[in-house]
Design a protein around this ligand. Structure first.
Ligand code: F6P
Length: 322
């Protein structure tokens, strides 16, 4: 394989730049050329492509976001759009494509592979950590630490004013960020889609905690497809309990920022593994990490199978919350 394309797709995630840097340097080490595609699949369709060399990826390892830019491309979801994308790949003589993104991006890439024959390797890059085939996705650790810092800061105010706080974190369909930042931040309760709890139960659990002497509490809430829903949740709990509630929605604050060491190292390992796999002629796989080892998973499994939340970690909250 002599020419490889690389793009980032879907929500940006801290560590994507470290991954691009690693892939570029691994390609050069394999005597392959690597081209950067701007703005994800939209940029591929638009032929927004440029050469990447050692120097273009210098001094980016510590930067959040993605130097290539990203998008969620509706046009790429159409056969017409993917045909345009393939003609651009052919024009540049690109034999393989590295896609850094989440399961939606992998689905698009997989269609391109099946319809047009281009070789693809996925790398899991999303703060949500909701990709099967890897213990952790690029960006998750940074986002968890950002949410954790927010919870710590909010705890100061919760304690000083004796208040009940709802901190809403990201996670489109899953509670990974809420669970880890909630456990790490000592949250009293957790509202995540994997473990539904209605407001009646939440209210009575909080009432019980306060009756045991608690003066303040933090509920970590996963956004779960309804950004801002913690406002209604808090109102309902306030109505039921009479406790004063406050809501803090972290939103996009937790998606940017300099990646943690863990994210940079993971991204570097996966970037190199993906290039090596393409050079060896592999395709239709995602490079992830399982039990601290690089693991390749058939790409369709990444969206067909559901990554389970760590149930032991979830159960810890029941023990720790009082
Ligand atoms: O997938 C990452 C994520 O940040 C989700 O947690 C969130 O639901 C979604 O992206 C928001 O996407 P956008 O930035 O396009 O609104």
């Amino acid at each position: 394989m002599k020419r490889i394309g690389i793009l980032t797709s879907g929500g940006d995630a801290p560590g994507m730049n470290a991954c691009i840097r690693a892939a570029v340097r691994a390609a050069i080490a394999n005597d392959a050329e690597i081209l950067g595609i701007n703005s994800g699949f939209s940029g591929l369709i638009e032929n927004d492509i440029h050469n990447l060399d050692r120097r273009t990826v210098a001094n980016i390892i510590h930067l959040g976001g993605t130097i290539l830019g990203t998008s969620r491309s509706p046009e790429f979801r159409t056969l017409e759009g993917r045909k345009k994308a393939f003609s651009v790949l052919e024009k540049h003589g690109l034999e393989g494509l590295i896609i850094i993104g989440g399961e939606g991006s992998f689905q698009g890439g997989s269609l391109l592979q099946d319809e047009c024959g281009v070789k693809i390797i996925g790398i899991p890059g999303t703060i949500d950590n909701d990709v099967y085939g890897t213990d952790i996705t690029i960006g998750f650790d940074t986002a968890v630490n950002c949410a954790l810092e927010a919870i710590d800061r909010i705890r100061d105010t919760a304690l000083s004013h004796q208040r009940l706080f709802f901190v809403e974190v990201m996670g489109r369909h899953t509670g990974f960020i809420a669970l880890e930042s909630g456990i790490g931040g000592g949250a009293e309760e957790l509202i995540i889609p994997e473990n539904a709890m209605d407001t009646e139960e939440l209210s009575s659990r909080l009432q019980r905690s306060f009756s045991l002497g608690k003066k303040s509490a933090i509920v970590a809430v996963a956004e779960a497809g309804r950004p801002g829903h913690s406002v209604d949740l808090a109102k309902e709990v306030e109505r039921r309990t009479g406790f004063e509630t406050k809501v803090c929605i972290l939103g996009h604050l937790q998606r940017g920022g300099s990646p943690t060491a863990l994210d940079r190292i993971l991204a570097s390992k996966l970037g190199v593994a993906a290039v090596n796999a393409l050079v060896e002629g592999k395709s239709g796989l995602m490079a992830g990490e399982i039990d601290n080892k690089i693991a390749f998973t058939p790409i369709q499994e990444t969206w067909e199978r559901q990554k389970a939340l760590d149930s032991e970690l979830r159960d810890l909250l029941g023990v720790l919350c009082d």
